[in-house]
Design a protein. Structure first.
Length: 150
């Protein structure tokens, strides 16, 4: 798989990697002992930029593990989502603030990749978790129900 990614980068294509490879189990991102992103950054073609992307505001959504500790069933959650959109008359669906931050981390990624997988993964975790632990936000599913969460 990594060879395909490296070949795509050499050809000038953009590649999106999710180093942790799973839904988070808490308000902090854990890369752990994963090696895919490290292997790619360790073999990064000359002139390739690494852009880190941090997403905040999704912890506590019905798609997260915040409520039950387990991954939600995709089909059931999708059907509930359609129901919520219809029940809220499309325009009144409660919304959450989601922030997506992009940052050029090329120099640090290359430096930490040269030091090894563990230093590289710790660097990624420090990047993702820089704003601190995210608290779950449980929004109500219907605009006409009082209160904040479900």
């Amino acid at each position: 798989m990594n060879r395909v990614v490296i070949d795509a980068l050499v050809a000038g294509h953009n590649v999106l990697l999710y180093p942790a490879g799973q839904l988070t189990n808490g308000g902090l991102e854990r890369v752990g002992n994963k090696q895919g992103a490290w292997q790619v950054c360790h073999q990064l073609p000359e002139g390739t930029r690494v852009v880190g992307m941090r997403i905040r505001g999704l912890w506590g959504s019905m798609w997260s593990r915040a409520k039950t500790g387990r991954s939600p069933n995709f089909a059931w959650t999708y059907l509930k989502g359609i129901f919520y959109v219809l029940a809220n008359l499309l325009f009144f669906v409660p919304r959450r603030d989601v922030t997506i931050t992009f940052e050029d981390i090329t120099d640090d990624a290359v430096r930490y990749a040269a030091e090894g997988r563990q230093p590289f993964n710790r660097f990624l975790e420090s990047f993702y978790n820089a704003p601190g632990e995210e608290q779950p936000l449980f929004l109500k599913h219907f605009f006409y129900v009082r209160g904040r969460g479900y």
